[in-house]
Design a protein around this ligand. Sequence first.
Ligand code: ATP
Length: 484
Amino acid sequence: MHTMPLVRSDSCIDIDFTLRWKFGKTAFRPLQRDVIIAALEGRDVFVQAATSFGKSLCFQLPAVIDHGITIVISPLLSLMTDQVNALRNGGIEACSFNSNTTYQERQRLLADLGTGHPLTRLLYVTPEQCSAEGFRKAINIVHEQRELARIAVDEAHCISEWGHDFRPTFKGLKWFRDSFPDIPIMCLTATATVQVRHDVISTLGLVEEEMKVFTMTTNRENLHYEVRFKCDDEDNYPDFLRWIKKVHQRRADNRERRAEIIARNERFDGVSGIIYNIFRQDCEELAARLCKDGIGAKPYHAGLKNDEKNETLNRWVDGDAGYDVIVATTAFGMGIDKENVRFVVHWQIPKSFEGFYQEAGRAGRDGNAGACIVYYSREDRDRAFNRFAKDNKGKDANSRYNLQARMKSLQSLIEYCENVEVCKHKLITKYFGEKERPACDYACDFCKDAKTLKKEKNRGLKDEEWISTQRDMGRFDIGYDGYN
Ligand SMILES: Nc1ncnc2c1ncn2[C@@H]1O[C@H](COP(=O)(O)OP(=O)(O)OP(=O)(O)O)[C@@H](O)[C@H]1O
């Protein structure tokens, strides 16, 4: 049972000052303040909010104000590195502890924790590290000295077997509540259905009625969602090339924007985007093809050397010529906080609804418009089922829930692509259990032009009868080389 919090700063007046002084921001976004106050009051908190809402600030700011250390559990190494660097640049003592941490750094960190009065204010760790004996011992010492301020579990949906990115090691995080019932826990996620939320809360040993639950809309009004229908005999490429060239042209033709772009010393073709592809080789080929047509594109996948990946990422973030479009597998993107990404294209249907929402959510983080396009074919749909079956062959009964959940998620994504009767924003919020109709100001293909959308579907997709003949002939059985 969660009792009273440890000694905390007795005032919330600091928070506006800290926001400006330590984080360089002028105002809170809606509800950030409420979440932060609940955390500073020592409550357990669950935060579900859209991609790019600003969830990190909800635990970073209390960590700076509160006495003691905040442990942040995150599954994403790239996200850890980015956040730690950003905090350090702001003069905040933050460190990470994961499989990439050097022996010396590990020793230094354990020694810091072992004093019981660590200088570190935010420590980012993977769930795997949390079960290491040395780490647990050190955290116990910190707790004995009343210096353990809070546990923040980022990407908390990974705890749930009903979630799309279930990681069994996350279940071990219950250790925190079992060992330190007086230490508040904050869970954060962009993608949790009601079932996932309940599961996360109970798996961590928390009690929903006793905690502050903030569930904000998943809707991103500034994103323009669109599905483009196709079939195997049709290449996406000419359609995409036409689209991107048009975007460049519009920037050059519009007098006002032209002047702005020139004043900012930017390029008309400097439109930043991500194209997600399933296979590594396709990333390479598509990037090369785009380059030939004058679009600055680079591949990014797990098969490339670290140096090459880092250079691509850094130059893309800096907006260098030749690095406008990243053609990537899903190895890329999560945790990347580049604010002016103007489009995210899925070259084929992604693996899950949540994956689609999160990847598309890399667009428009500055609040300006972003296009989220999925190329959808029924042949790709069948390949996705095929991969799903291969992925799960031989999985034991423990992950049965997860299999069901992932299958449901893929089916919902297919429904999103096939549905030409409902607003895309509505399909997304409905998936996440929201009842209210989200705002959509012509920001999806249905609300923009429902008639054309229906026509395009009839024109673009192969009919089911043709598909089933191909399936019977074993046409969709594909191998796995180079995935991710
Ligand atoms: N109050 C604020 N004012 C201005 N910018 C903010 C504010 N809060 C957060 N941000 C900025 O918003 C961006 C997104 O924040 P953050 O990375 O925490 O999003 P998130 O909610 O974790 O999103 P995702 O789930 O997509 O990763 C960051 O660049 C952050 O600096």
